[in-house]
Every structure is written in C-alpha cells, then in structure tokens.
Design a protein around this ligand. Structure first.
Ligand code: 2NL
Length: 341
C-alpha cells in the first residue's frame, strides 16, 4: 500500500515540477510535497508507526529516496529558470560594441574658424602676434584714433550699432590694432581676427554680424613692396596656389596711400568668367601704408616709424572657397549646412 502511494506521489510530483513555469509554482509544489508540517511525504510517514520494524526501515528508505529525488528535481528546475532569465536578459541587453557610442554627436570647427586659424598659423610663422580685443568699443578706438572724421557716414546710426554711454559694437577689428599699437609699441607685427557688426539690412550678401581679419607691420622704412610680399604670401597660402596680384588706388581714412588688392581670377585665369564678372580680376582686400595721423595718435613717431596695414573679410573668403551663395547660412546654426564641412 505505502509503496504505491510513495511511487505515485513521486512520479506525479516529478511531472508537476517538470511542467512548472515559475519559481513561485515550484515553491508551492515544494511546500505541498516536502513541507515539514503537512507535506504529502510527511503525511505518508505518519502511517509508518503501525508497521513491523523491518518493513518500517524499508519504507523509510523509500521515503528518503523519494524526498532526495524530488529535492534534486526542484533544485535542477530552479537552475533552469535562472539560466533562462539570464539568457533573456543577455538577449535584451545585447550591445554591438563596434557601433559608434551613443550620446551627443561630436561636432567640428565652423568653416570661418578653420580659415581664421589657417591664416593665424601662417602669420605666427612670419613673426606676427595674434591679438584679441573687446567687441563693445569706445567711439575713440573705433573711429577717432583711425583718422575717421566726425562727419564720416560710417559713424551714422544707419551703419553702426550704438549703445548707451557712447559705446558701440565695433564695425571693424581696427580698434584691436589701435590698442596693439598703444601697448606693444614699435617695431611690431600683429594680426587682429574677430567678429564685427554693422547695421545692415540683411540679404544674401549682407549680414549685421560677420568676421574680419586685419593685420599690421610697423618698422623702419616699410614700403609697398613689403606689403605686396606679405599679401601675396598670405593669398598663396589661403588658395594653396600661386596668385598674381594687382593694386588699384582705394580710399580708407587710416592709410595713405590706400589700395584695393585684386588677384587674377583663379577660375578662368584672367580670360573672363561669371566669378570675375568678365574682368579677369577678383577683389580680395583693402590695404595701404598706415596714415601718419593714426601712428601719432597711438603714440608712435611717424618720422621714425611707418608700416603697412590690411583688412579682409573672413566671411567672404569662406563663401568664395566653398561656393556659398547666401551669407545667411554661415550664422544660421543649421546643421544641414554645417555638416557639409
Ligand atoms: C577692408 C579694408 C583695411 C586697414 C583695414 C588699418 C588699421 C589700422 C590702421 C591702418 Cl589700426 N589700417 N586697417 C587698412 C586698410 C584696409 O580694410 O576692406 N577690409 C575688409
């Protein structure tokens, strides 16, 4: 009788363990079958008291064997659940380590910054210092010290952003050079790249905010030949090939003589094309020999020292290099534009 009950209990319990689907279900089976107080095996063992001693020993062995088999089966099934759970977790959290990392995408320098740094490196290699200065300037540093008369139209509110207290947003980087002349003294070589502001109505070729680079060399007996040498060297580096230059007279109050400097058109070689508007030449920058008044106002004796100065538009240069047809792209912050560089 007892033999049968033990065998049946064992085999039916093993079947239930095999088909259990959760650790909780397994625990319920364990309590029901192996539980110390009222588990099925314990209940069976209660009937052993009436048995003869040798019979009791035999049934006891059977009970122990069944108990051990069931414990082993429960333990094995629990291990299967744990292995299953781990496999599912590994599957769900699988990572391809060859992919680029998540998180913010890596950016890069703006094309204007790139061209600025190229030109800075060239001039540093030629003994020039790179200067920085305030974007909010005094009227004196932006205009008076540059020999720009009080009546000059550039000073008008239509052209310049005026601030309270006679301050303004610098309209060129010349005031940085004024400060450079005052603090460095002659002889000197410096460039002043930076952001400048004009009160323009904005369209495809006009921005209120753009980038310039100016430079100056002051020494004894500086000539237009020096000026041409440095300008040719700079433009050859920027365009990465030999350039032919031409000077035309040009007026800027802070230089005398003053020039507009053109290069032979790099597209058509001077034959005439849409880029040079059929002239064969493309305007690049303004330059000249620093006006004696400008030297004097910044504490440099024009009888002993002189120098050349130039100014060019970095924004324009970038537009030419990459064939950008609308200046507004450059400050737009539009990633579709920026990611092309
Ligand atoms: C242009 C013309 C120029 C300068 C800038 C300069 C500065 C000082 C003294 C003398 Cl402090 N000159 N700068 C000279 C000639 C031309 O810029 O068209 N720039 C975009």
């Amino acid at each position: 009788m007892l033999d049968r009950s033990i065998q049946e209990l064992e085999s039916s319990s093993l079947a239930r363990i095999a088909s259990a689907t959760t650790p909780e279900a397994l625990e319920a089976i364990r309590v029901e079958v192996l539980g110390r107080k009222s588990g099925a095996l314990v209940e069976i063992s209660k009937g052993m008291g009436k048995l003869a001693p040798e019979e009791r020993a035999r049934i006891g062995k059977l009970l122990n064997g069944a108990k051990q088999n069931l414990e082993t089966a429960l333990e094995a099934r629990l291990q299967e659940f744990a292995a299953d759970r781990l496999a599912r977790k590994l599957d769900a959290e699988w990572v391809d380590l060859t992919l680029p990392p998540p998180g913010p995408r890596r950016g890069h320098l703006h094309p204007i910054t790139r061209i600025q740094r190229e030109i800075e490196e060239l001039f540093v290699s030629l003994g020039f210092t790179v200067l920085d200065g305030p974007e909010v300037e005094t009227e004196y540093h932006n205009f008076d010290a540059l020999n720009i008369p009080a009546t000059h139209p550039a000073r008008d509110a239509q052209d310049t952003f005026w601030l309270h207290g006679g301050h303004l947003l610098r309209t060129h980087t010349s005031p940085v050079q004024v400060r450079g002349m005052q603090t460095l003294g002659p002889p000197l070589r410096m460039i002043a790249p930076g952001r400048v502001f004009r009160n323009e109505s904005v369209d495809a070729s006009h921005e209120h905010t753009f980038y310039q680079l100016e430079g100056m060399m002051i020494d004894r007996e500086v000539s237009v030949a020096h000026l041409i040498y440095f300008m040719k060297t700079m433009l050859t580096a920027i365009f990465r090939r030999e350039v032919s230059v031409r000077l035309r007279p040009g007026f800027f109050p802070f230089v005398e003589p003053g020039f507009e400097l053109d290069i032979l058109c790099l597209i058509c070689g001077g034959e005439g094309c849409p880029v040079c508007k059929a002239s064969g030449w493309v305007e690049q920058l303004g330059c000249g020999l620093v006006h004696p008044n400008v030297l004097r106002m910044s504490g440099i004796d024009p009888e002993e020292w002189n120098g050349f100065a130039f100014g060019l538009g970095l924004t324009r240069l970038v537009m030419m290099r990459y064939g950008i047809d609308d200046i507004r792209w450059l400050q737009s912050g539009d990633l579709r534009f920026l990611e092309q560089f």
